[in-house]
Design a protein around this ligand. Structure first.
Ligand code: BGC
Length: 257
């Protein structure tokens, strides 16, 4: 007989979200999806190499009182082939080919899984947030430095969809429709919404989602742009907002499927 304590699944896992501007981490209660301690954030270094980020991860995780066997889930802004970085748009190019779970294990001493940041957010929203209990084809799009996408079919994730890099009207879609483009070009909500309309109608034509969930920090201001969109699918704001990556990654570390 396995003693009760060993039969129990992890109650808490640590989630990390590595982004273009910040690296954030918090321990997550896996029953509720809530943080069990305040989230910490460190600015992403200008030279965001694997070495520099590895040092930050060691410091970040070391600042929390974590059980030795607490798993770590990392959300990362690139497609990951079983943890290995395939290509990278918004961090240092030397990440290509890096085995991220191995780097995290080395830096922190904890077992780790690593997933694409939008995939992590999609799983977070599906397990604890706006898409909870929703079957069918669910697409989560995160609007931030880039555009991330997560595709869930009856709750199962189709990883690494990379729909932010669709070529639309001759442009890499995220270079025109990400929140960073709105900021860079100082676009009004109406002008930005036109670009989002073009983006989402293309995605809708390709995938016929039943539900689109819009995430990223800007989803806080969803009233300013979601009502301007006219799509067939229901489109709603994420509820975990920019916590979704941390929560989803932590949840995947404990329960991969
Ligand atoms: C990357 C994706 C990522 C998205 C959001 C894109 O540039 O290619 O992997 O999910 O940005 O960070």
């Amino acid at each position: 007989m396995v003693p009760m304590a060993e039969q129990r699944e992890h109650q808490v896992a640590f989630g990390i979200d590595i982004g273009g501007s910040g690296i954030k981490g918090a321990p997550v209660d896996l029953t509720t999806g809530e943080f069990t301690a305040d989230r910490q954030r460190v600015r992403t270094p200008d030279r965001s190499t694997p070495e520099a980020v590895g040092e930050i991860l060691a410091e970040l995780v070391g600042g929390f009182d974590l059980a030795d066997d607490a798993p770590i889930g990392v959300a990362f802004p690139a497609p990951l082939d079983h943890g290995v970085v395939r290509f990278i748009a918004n961090l240092h190019k030397s990440w290509k080919g890096v085995d991220l779970p191995a780097l995290v294990r080395e830096a922190t001493g904890h077992d780790a899984v690593a997933v694409n940041d939008a995939d992590a957010a999609g799983v977070g929203e599906q397990r604890y947030g706006a898409a909870k209990g929703r079957d069918g084809v669910v697409l989560l799009a995160t609007l931030g430095t880039g555009i991330g996408s997560a595709l869930l079919v009856d709750g199962a994730l189709v990883p690494n969809t990379e729909l932010g890099h669709l070529e639309i009207d001759g442009h890499d879609a995220e270079s025109r429709a990400a929140e960073s483009a709105r900021d860079r070009e100082d676009l009004s909500w109406e002008k930005w919404a036109k670009r989002l309309q073009r983006y989402f109608e293309t995605v809708e034509m390709l995938l016929s989602p039943d539900l689109i969930v819009v995430g990223g920090g800007i989803s806080k201001q969803h009233e300013k742009f979601l009502p301007l969109l006219d799509l067939r699918a229901e489109i709603i704001p994420a509820t975990l907002r920019n916590r979704a990556g941390i929560v989803g990654a932590a949840s995947l570390a404990a329960r991969p499927h």
